[in-house]
Design a protein around this ligand. Structure first.
Ligand code: TNX
Length: 562
């Protein structure tokens, strides 16, 4: 398929200008048979809203300078981010100067100008002009400039992302004009660090790679049955006990299961959490922490058995699945959880906190006098309404502390939790139902964005969850569920890819599951719907993968033969 795409005549500048004049989006919708929108030499992912082809190239040199202009305290940091990348691979000095401070015009050959212009319309958009002699990048604030810088990075040879200088590279990029802004405000990637633990170093690399593709939220799944991974000062057992499990099931759980006999564990100290949050903020990535409740909490029950409905003792889970032992809705449990969240919100400055809410078996609550007393006291119709009550209490705590709650779509199954955002994972229907109830919704449907599923059905693929999720299928992800009217469509905040790690124990394997599917997802979340074409994406991906090569990312190569 790729061969056909690249052999086609490239669209003319005229066509691109016509596209520009027609209001940025390609008229006629996504048609896989039509010409690629962007000539292949612009290997940009996600595809910008508007790309106007220009003749010639711009070449960086020993006299290249970066000039900043405008009053955003983060602008200097963004300029330094670009300068450091360029310095480390080109060896050029690439000084950063402030155009505001300079008395006379700044010259550079070529000059890279980064401008903050508060009159621009949106926070994440930017305009990037590359002529054969200068680069001008302008945005409302440093955030937009950052996305422009990430685009600039992708216009350069892939070796710009190498750890150091590479011989024989010409540091040039094609001239172009780009006007860009995202389709969705929420563009997330999730990482489950409970089933398998990932180091701070890897988490930071993950965030870096997300940011290169303009993703802006890192969903950090910090607690689950198989391990509690965040230090909580008031409850030291959570990490002394709950961060460890005595062994791990080997492969897909069989009957009877086979275990490896190896103790396994790990957690992040609060200082490490702060470090990651600051690292992410430097890349304009928000961190959404997840503390699972009322289910998926065996590691917490192993640490503090009094939080359960039965006496225990409990063990941090050593296998996968859904477990019956969950938090009991006692006052003691609410005290514990609000204490935990109280510490969590001091570590995570961004507005939202995820509290899970998925896969909650009712068995223990049905048999528990404590739980049944709550059903009576709160005049609930049945045990099935306890989850909404539970999550509602936690939502009130978060709201009172200036935060918003996010929960998996089960939280919306029985009525409305005030001030909550729904993360819809079971499909488009649960997202649609939540939006129709008035919830803001983040779409992360299992059929399109679950990167724990195999990249292909080929023999030799690593063990993975359930089905196959091809790159093409991820590319076809449409966040706004069919059937949602125009008035409610803005309730769809965006979407997210999830990496659950039951079968993913190493950094290399995690990268393999995420790449290049993250690139397909980033386009579904950033680019105009009408401009999407898988064929065109494949052509750009082939060039773009040179950046992944330089970064040493272990990505799946199936697309190369498509
Ligand atoms: C369902 S998605 C889960 C996770 C598992 C995942 C495996 C969700 C909210 N819950 O606990 O890891 O399936 O694919």
């Amino acid at each position: 398929m790729l061969r056909t795409a690249t052999a086609r005549r490239l669209p003319s500048a005229l066509l691109l200008v016509a596209w520009a004049l027609s209001g940025c989006e390609f008229a006629g919708g996504a048609d896989p048979a039509r010409e690629p929108i962007v000539p292949k030499r612009y290997n940009l992912v996600p595809l910008p809203r508007l790309v106007v082809e220009r003749d010639g190239n711009l070449k960086l040199g020993a006299d290249t300078r970066i000039a900043t202009r405008g009053a955003d305290p983060d602008l200097d940091r963004v300029a330094t981010f670009l300068a450091q990348r360029l310095r480390s691979v080109t060896g050029y000095p690439v000084p950063v100067v402030s155009a505001d401070a300079a008395g006379e015009p700044i010259v550079g050959a070529p000059l890279i100008e980064l401008d903050v212009d508060p009159s621009r319309p949106d926070d994440e958009g930017y305009v990037l002009d590359v002529s054969t002699s200068a680069i001008q990048l302008s945005a409302k604030g440093a955030r937009g400039v950052f996305y422009g810088v990430e685009t600039l990075r992708q216009l350069l040879p892939g070796e710009v992302d190498a750890p150091g200088p590479t011989d024989g590279v010409t540091w040039s990029m094609p001239a172009v004009r780009i006007e860009d802004a995202p389709r969705f405000a929420y563009r997330g990637m999730h990482l489950d660090v409970s089933r398998h633990f990932f180091s701070v170093e890897f988490v930071e690399r993950y965030i870096d790679l997300m940011a290169l593709y303009k993703m802006n939220t890192f969903h950090w799944h910090l607690t689950d049955d198989q391990g509690w991974r965040i230090e909580i000062k008031k409850y030291p057992q959570l990490t002394a006990v709950g961060a460890m499990r005595k062994e791990t099931v080997v492969g897909r759980p069989s009957k009877p299961p086979i275990f490896d006999g190896q103790p396994y564990g790990g957690f992040y100290t609060q200082d490490e959490i702060r470090e990651v949050v600051a690292y992410a903020a430097d890349r304009f990535v928000k961190v959404l922490p997840e503390i699972e409740m009322p289910g998926h909490c065996l590691a917490a029950l192993a640490s503090y058995p009094e939080l359960a409905c039965t006496p225990g003792p409990f063990e941090t889970a050593t296998s996968w699945g859904v477990f019956d032992d969950i938090y009991c809705p006692s006052e003691g449990t609410f005290q514990f959880l609000t204490d935990v969240l109280g510490e969590v919100i001091t570590l995570f400055p961004d507005a939202l906190v995820h509290v899970g809410g998925d896969e909650v078996p009712e068995a223990r609550w049905r048999d528990s006098p404590v739980a049944q007393e709550v059903v009576t006291r709160e005049s609930l119709a049945s045990t099935s309404d306890l989850e909404a009550y539970f999550v509602g209490r936690i939502a009130s705590f978060l709201t009172a502390n200036g935060r918003g709650l996010v929960g998996w779509d089960e939280i919306a199954a029985r009525g409305k939790v005030a001030d909550a955002t729904v993360m819809s994972w079971r499909g488009a229907d649960t997202g649609l139902a939540a939006a129709l109830q008035g919830y803001p919704v983040i779409m992360t449907p299992v059929g399109y964005t679950y990167f724990d599923q195999a990249q292909s059905g080929d023999l030799g693929e690593p063990l993975a969850a359930g089905a196959v999720l091809s790159l093409e299928h991820v590319y076809a992800f449409e966040p706004v569920p069919a059937g949602l009217g125009e008035a409610q469509a803005p309730l769809i905040l965006g979407g997210q890819g999830n990496l659950w790690t039951e079968y993913v124990a190493t950094n290399e394997h995690a990268e393999y599951m995420v790449f290049p599917r993250l690139l397909a997802l980033s386009e579904a979340l950033w680019s105009p719907r009408a401009s999407r074409s898988y064929l065109d994406f494949l052509a750009r991906l082939t060039g773009n993968a040179k950046h992944l090569d330089a970064l040493g990312v272990n990505y799946a190569h199936h697309f190369e033969s498509q």
